[in-house]
Design a protein around this ligand. Structure first.
Ligand SMILES: Nc1ncnc2c1ncn2[C@@H]1O[C@H](COP(=O)(O)OP(=O)(O)OP(=O)(O)O)[C@@H](O)[C@H]1O
Ligand SMILES: [Mg+2]
Length: 417
């Protein structure tokens, strides 16, 4: 047992921006582990914190997260003053900052020299190539003309995937069938220069990728002292057209044990390739029709989309607790304690507009939550911001959970005008 286990209640962890999907799971796991959580955020973002978040924090370090040097100085001083012994992060774009802070304080963290590759998909592609992680062939372009030249070379084939170097939530990601769609896709991917709500500057370059066919999964990996511990594999359902919007997730993934292990091993290699050493990685993997895992992307953070909740409901494994243990220098607990099933389905209207109403039926075994309220604007369903709500189902098997969630979503009435 180490010193932090000897002294329950004295461990403090700094979470760089806990506002986000994984926030509630971190708070709940910290309470269970006897860890005090502190936040680092911007004044303006902090003003929008909801009461559950403020109530769960032991303190807040107000800084400017877009100003790396200032943020590091402010956070390091705050961490020293509060005897903080671990650094965690919820937002992918802030993961390099977390690695730099942990290194500055001499705390368990990720390799700062590689951390940029967990945020920038161009650096990630290079890190994957260097480490021999299977990933799609790619090219980097700055303009539409360059994209046409790459496409005409035939090197990446059709369809092509066009995406921003730095973004999330499928924003600006398009699957393009032929040259006609290329200009629009490059413009959509290149339109991001800053990420809200922190105003972080973004790399405006655009990535073209070979399209990897097959089913899609996510596999998270907690890493302690450079040793990867695989977490349960989750099946991901997406739309099939130009925009690949996630429609749901389910766990277990419905694969044989050998395929699960192959996906977990590939995800672990991806996590290590981008410098995850004490932390967690959320990796998205496609399984080709030949049964080979290919990594689409990885991020040095907990998953979004309530995947923490799905995994815990299905297997009893708390990803947030495993992550907090890893960033405080303790071996994570990743053994399943339950063999059930869980499935999440998003409520996605067919078009954008003003949400008039949404009625999700109460189906036993399911819980639902709204993301957008009546009267609010629903964006076009081109990325994950178009979700009106979700249904989460838990059952004895994943097939039953999927059936329950599908039934609730099929019977949902939603009107957008
Ligand atoms: N090279 C590819 N081949 C096949 N499908 C792809 C490829 N790249 C992306 N996709 C599809 O598009 C989705 C979004 O792409 P990607 O994960 O790179 O973007 P993102 O904005 O980081 O997404 P998110 O934050 O929603 O996970 C993927 O989950 C996958 O379904
Ligand atoms: Mg993704």
């Amino acid at each position: 047992m180490d010193s932090s286990d000897d002294e329950p209640g004295v461990t403090g962890v700094m979470v760089i921006e806990p506002m986000g999907n994984a926030g509630p799971f971190l708070l709940e796991a910290a309470a269970r582990l006897g860890i005090r959580l502190y936040a680092a955020t911007d004044k303006r973002v902090h003003a929008g914190y909801e009461p559950w978040l403020t109530a769960g924090l032991a303190g807040v370090c107000l800084t400017e997260l877009a100003d790396t040097e200032r943020a590091l100085d402010d956070m390091a001083e705050y961490c020293r003053a509060h005897r903080i012994t671990g650094v965690a992060v919820c937002w992918e774009l802030l993961t390099p900052l977390a690695a730099l802070l942990a290194a500055r304080l001499g705390l368990p963290g990720n390799d700062p020299a590689l951390a940029g590759a967990a945020r920038n998909k161009i650096a990630m592609a290079e890190a994957f190539r260097a480490a021999g992680v299977p990933a799609p062939a790619h090219a980097v372009v700055g303009t539409s003309e360059e994209a046409h030249q790459v496409a005409a070379s035939g090197r990446l084939g059709w369809p092509l995937v066009v995406k921003p170097a730095e973004q999330g939530g499928s924003w600006g990601v398009s699957v393009v069938a032929g040259p006609d769609g290329l200009d629009t896709a490059v413009a959509a991917a290149g339109r991001f220069t800053r990420a809200e709500p922190h105003g972080l500057p973004l790399d405006p370059r655009v990535l073209l990728q070979h399209y990897v066919p097959g089913e899609e999964f996510s596999a998270d990996t907690v890493v302690h002292d450079g040793v990867p511990y695989p977490l349960p594999v989750v099946r991901k359902d997406t739309t099939a057209g130009r925009y690949r919007v996630e429609t749901g997730h389910s766990c277990p993934a419905g694969l044989d044990a050998r395929t699960v292990r192959a996906i977990q091993d590939t995800a672990a290699r991806a996590a290590l390739a981008v410098g995850v050493r004490n932390g967690i990685a959320h990796t998205e993997v496609k399984l080709t029709p030949r049964g080979e895992p290919v990594v689409i992307e990885t991020g040095a953070r907990l998953p979004g989309d309530n995947i923490c909740e799905i995994v815990e409901a299905a297997t009893g494994v708390s990803e947030a607790a495993a992550y907090l243990r890893a960033v405080t220098g303790r071996a994570p607990d990743t053994g399943p304690t339950r063999a059930a099933g869980a499935a999440l389905r998003f409520v996605l209207p067919e078009r954008g507009g003003v949400l008039e109403y949404v009625v999700i039926p109460e189906v036993p075994g399911t819980q639902s939550r709204l993301h957008i309220r009546p009267g609010e604007q629903v964006p076009e369903p081109a990325d994950s911001s178009g979700r009106v709500g979700h249904v989460l189902a838990c059952a004895a098997s994943v097939d039953e959970a999927r059936r329950l969630a599908d039934r609730a979503v099929a019977d949902t009435r939603v009107k957008v005008s």
